[in-house]
Ligand binder design. Sequence first.
Ligand SMILES: C[S@@+](CC[C@H](N)C(=O)[O-])C[C@H]1O[C@@H](n2cnc3c(N)ncnc32)[C@H](O)[C@@H]1O
Length: 192
Amino acid sequence: MAPKFDPKKIEKLEDPKRLKIFNPDILFKELGLNNFKNILDFGVGSGFYLPYLAKILKPEGKIYAIDLQNELLEYAKNKSKKFKLSEKIEFLLVKEKEALPFSENFFDFVYLAFTFHELDNPDFTLREIKRILIPGGKLLLIDWNKKERDMGPPPSEVFDYEEIENHLMASNLKILKTFKNHPYVFIFLAEK
Ligand SMILES: C[S@@+](CC[C@H](N)C(=O)[O-])C[C@H]1O[C@@H](n2cnc3c(N)ncnc32)[C@H](O)[C@@H]1O
């Protein structure tokens, strides 16, 4: 739908102002997201959310961070070293519209932030996410809303609420909770 994120603009992903959109610690707590064994950060970008995801991991748990742009993966990898998280995170380069390199029923949490509007084939990706989630495993999908905003891509490049809802329903993921009226984003918590 929209062009892929331009790695030259990586500082936008690292902008602390992003924490004003939502604070991941507070959101995860509010949604009861904690104590996961295997987390997938789908479209990891610069790795902005990795330190927050690490906090909701079991001590023996692991984060798998995927992206289709090597430059971003390398940046996120270096960042994870800085945060002393290297041992907990595996970074993998993936290709659009190819099956994800994970077996079915593997993840208990998939985090898909600000990436849905960049997917070439959202239904394919959601089917893949459903395949690799364990029964009861959760997907947290967060993406820009279609309002005029002072941050993020133009509204014409993102989905409206009903479109995301329809894609989730088409993939047979069960929607548990949504935030529809947030000033910047739509948030969907879904379950396999
Ligand atoms: C706007 S950035 C968001 C990065 C990160 N999730 C965040 O919120 O800070 C979107 C990221 O998704 C990646 N991406 C887009 N389509 C993808 C796909 N099909 N598979 C994996 N990564 C993808 C892009 O390369 C980019 O790094």
